[in-house]
Write a protein that binds this ligand. Structure first.
Ligand SMILES: Nc1ncnc2c1ncn2[C@@H]1O[C@H](COP(=O)(O)OP(=O)(O)OP(=O)(O)O)[C@@H](O)[C@H]1O
Ligand SMILES: [Mg+2]
Length: 303
């Protein structure tokens, strides 16, 4: 197991001679990592008390899904905008989506988050929704349930449409319970077929009249089939978080899990995964099954 001294040692010796300034910065980084690891421990205890399930048994990506905004690496501006838009949504609706608001987003009933895999698009959507008192319903755009929902919601003759559009009480739409405090998260929208009835066109029709916020998520906003959505959704593109913020998040997780991985090895993993945080966390949890440490060559060998 890694104790505090061992951890300090690991950081202090990672590159032989280290000058005063670097040492100071490293001490600061280390203090931050330690604090973050403590916070993770607290969350773990809380989760166990609330659910009775030990998070130890969970996938690390689930266990370490950010539970507060400050735990999300990168894209802070975009995440704040998303939260504000959700916050304003009921008022925007009252104004008939005619008042742009500070960010210019409040004329939109839906947003589209785009960006590369594993950088927190889905996580941020869920977290912002919860923080604003919404219940997120995530639908994978390519699955049958969501096709049915989009179809039903856009079918004028369908009675469930009243509830869907009316807000207020619960309505079942294609087996999904919807209230006026529901946020619909349509994940992997670029995986939707453009042609069939439940496709992008139908989703777009729904967006044009929806009475609840819709967050669409895709990898590439330039994708041809997403074209209809470009006018109806506010563009929130997420960038890859910078190496520093990913490193400190990953180091905190490693520290918490008693896994010895020097900072330069973490950097190497992050680089190899092209900043896909999910992938880095998965690699580390797999590695932990058989070992407590990872050095540079072992990190490299993973690619
Ligand atoms: N920005 C981040 N900060 C902290 N943890 C993150 C971040 N991004 C991803 N993670 C970790 O990776 C997991 C997966 O992230 P998420 O599902 O939000 O990625 P995504 O951008 O939606 O990816 P995809 O495009 O593949 O759907 C999270 O549960 C979390 O553990
Ligand atoms: Mg996702």
């Amino acid at each position: 197991m890694l104790d505090e001294d061992g951890f300090l040692d690991m950081i202090a010796t990672r590159k032989g001679f280290i000058d005063e300034k670097t040492r100071e910065k490293m001490a600061k980084d280390e203090a931050k990592i330690r604090e973050a690891a403590k916070e993770l421990e607290k969350q773990e205890k809380q989760a166990k008390a609330e659910t009775g399930i030990s998070p130890t048994a969970q996938l690390w990506t689930v266990k370490y899904a950010p539970k507060s905004l400050k735990e999300i690496c990168g894209n802070k501006g975009q995440v704040d905008k998303l939260q504000q838009w959700l916050h304003d949504w009921p008022n925007s609706a009252k104004a008939g989506f005619r008042k742009p608001g500070k960010s210019g987003m409040n004329t939109f009933r839906a947003v589209m988050i785009t960006g590369s895999p594993g950088i927190g698009k889905t996580t941020s959507s869920h977290l912002c929704a919860k923080l604003e008192g919404y219940t997120p319903i995530e639908l994978n755009a390519s699955d049958a349930r969501s096709k049915k929902l989009v179809e039903n919601a856009t079918n004028i003759n369908n009675t469930s449409l009243d509830g869907w559009l009316g807000g207020g009480h619960k309505t079942l739409v294609a087996g999904v319970e919807v209230t006026d405090r529901t946020v619909l998260i349509m994940d992997e929208v670029d995986g939707m077929s453009a042609g069939d009835r439940g496709g992008v066109g139908a989703l777009n029709a729904l967006i044009k009249k929806t009475k609840i916020p819709i967050i669409c998520i895709a990898n590439d906003r330039q994708a041809q089939k997403l074209k209809p959505l470009l006018h109806t959704t506010f563009n929130l593109s997420f960038r890859k978080p910078d190496a520093n913020s990913i490193r400190s998040r990953i180091m905190s997780i490693c520290f918490r899990e008693g896994l010895k991985v020097p900072a330069n090895v973490v950097d190497q993993l992050v680089q190899g995964a092209q900043s896909d945080i999910r992938q880095v966390i998965n690699m580390l949890s797999t590695w932990k099954l058989s070992s407590e440490t990872m050095d540079f060559d072992q990190g490299k060998a993973l690619y």
